[in-house]
Design a protein around this ligand. Structure first.
Ligand code: PGA
Ligand code: ZN
Length: 442
């Protein structure tokens, strides 16, 4: 039976920051309707697909997406009527052609992604499959896998009024045997961090992703708190639970490509940044560093990756979920892992291409939310269906984050689906070998 697209409806809704975003319904034959909505970043890459905003100052401070919704209803929808709903790549290619620009700036990547995801969900419903299974088929991945959650505990940067220079201090569960235990471990660390911050008279206000924003001037103070929170929760730092950083260095760019760490009073060049990050990695149980340098510092990225040796080095703004940029990074040895954000790419098929390319070159993948989110949990199914290995949703607070963690709990009820475990972090094997060597030598 062919299932075809019968109706497409786009609308403006509000995201977790109270800013407009796109939601789309795709109705297909058989009476199935898929609905999906689109996230939005604050610390963005200069190479992301283009989020179309109205720029009309009297509506939502210029952030309205009425034009993008109209593009869904008046241009994209009518073009797709009668098209097979399960031909995801054809749908996505058709929308790219219709847009005609490299960054999807004419119709808007927000309009296009909304349709892409809603069509996928409708097709999964029509096939009677869980969404992650349908995505697995599209990605040619036969074994779904529950991801390791990398959970925001402390926030700075553009998600917390620049209260700290580094954007995210995250906890990474290493010893948990399954996803529910990993999530519980993260809740314990988050609670311990909040208790410690409160006891020390630091603010416990929530940042955009639900993390705490104590506003420490120096990253070392936040790292100390992370270690103490892990211990207070009853875990061994570095063995049970480790630390990950997202420095979001593109948003630290100051004059003449220097990095302005204003809270710590530092202005650094690329080499200084690499030294600083390496000094943190040397002193704290850090297993993953994202966006240590800005999104065009390719030379610096190769050096950073070399220097950090056996930990995970993630490119987010650097790659912008673009297969072409990832291929360039592979060529110069920049990073060993890639953050995967659907709206940086603009279509589901393009995002699956980035995941496939990463896998082909041995780069780890981390499926990621944005700082502006909705209650849509598509990314959780994406992480499981592609066997993405790791997921970064934000903190374990606020419904737009929890709905995604909860969707993974629902999927985890199916006992046949395994858990990725911390061996999927880039560098994990090498770290294990280094530890064995040290043990043998002593
Ligand atoms: P963003 O932040 O959604 O504001 O870009 C998330 C991240 O940097 O990973
Ligand atoms: Zn990032």
């Amino acid at each position: 039976m062919t299932i075809v697209i019968e109706a497409v409806k786009g609308r403006e809704i509000l995201d977790s920051r109270g800013r407009p975003t796109i939601e789309v319904d795709v109705a297909i034959s058989g009476g199935f309707v898929g609905t999906a909505s689109v996230p939005s970043g604050a610390s963005t890459s200069r190479s992301e697909a283009c989020e179309l905003r109205d720029g009309e100052p009297t509506r939502f401070f210029g952030r309205g997406v009425a034009q993008a919704a109209a593009h869904v209803n008046e241009i994209i929808g009518p073009t797709l009527y009668g098209q097979p709903a399960d031909a995801q790549r054809t749908i996505d290619d058709r929308m790219r052609e219709l847009d005609g620009t490299a960054h999807l700036g004419r119709l808007g990547a927000n309009a296009i992604l909304g349709v892409s995801l809603a069509a996928c969900r409708a097709a999964a419903l029509a096939r009677g499959l869980p969404l992650y299974r349908h995505i697995g088929d599209l990605a040619a991945v036969s074994t779904p896998l529950l991801p390791v959650p990398m959970v925001n505990i402390l926030s700075g940067g553009l998600h917390a009024g620049r209260g700290m220079d580094v954007q995210d201090f995250l906890a990474v569960p290493l010893s948990a045997p399954d996803y529910p235990t990993a999530l519980h471990d993260m809740i314990r660390v988050r609670a311990a961090a909040e208790d410690l911050a409160r006891t020390e008279g630091m603010p416990t206000l929530l940042a955009d992703e639900g993390g705490l924003s104590p506003g420490y001037a120096r990253a070392e103070q936040a790292l100390d708190l992370m270690v103490r929170a892990i211990e207070a929760a009853g875990f061994e730092p570095g063995s049970d639970i480790a630390i990950a950083l997202d420095i979001a260095a593109t948003s630290l760019l100051g004059e003449a490509d220097s990095y302005a760490l204003r809270r710590s009073g530092l202005a650094l060049d690329s080499a200084d940044m690499i030294d600083l990050i390496a000094s943190w990695v040397g002193r704290y149980p850090i297993v993953s560093v994202e966006d240590g340098l800005h999104d065009e510092d390719w030379q610096g990225w190769s050096e950073l990756t070399q220097r950090l040796g056996d930990i995970q080095v993630i490119g987010d703004d650097l790659f912008a979920t673009s297969p072409a940029r990832l291929a360039r990074g592979v060529g110069v040895g920049a990073a060993n892992a890639v953050l995967i954000k659907l709206n940086q790419n603009g279509t589901l098929s393009g995002t699956l291409d980035a995941v496939a390319l990463a896998r082909q070159h041995g780069y780890a993948t981390v499926i990621s939310a944005r700082s502006g989110e909705t209650s849509d949990s598509f990314m959780s199914d994406l992480a499981v269906g592609t066997a993405g290995g790791q997921i970064k949703i934000g903190s374990v607070r606020n419904s737009e984050r929890l709905e995604k963690y909860n969707q993974l709990l629902r999927i985890a009820e199916r006992e046949t689906i395994g858990y990725a475990g911390s061996a999927v972090l880039a560098g994990a094997q090498q770290r294990g070998r280094n530890k064995d060597d040290r043990r043998a030598a002593s």
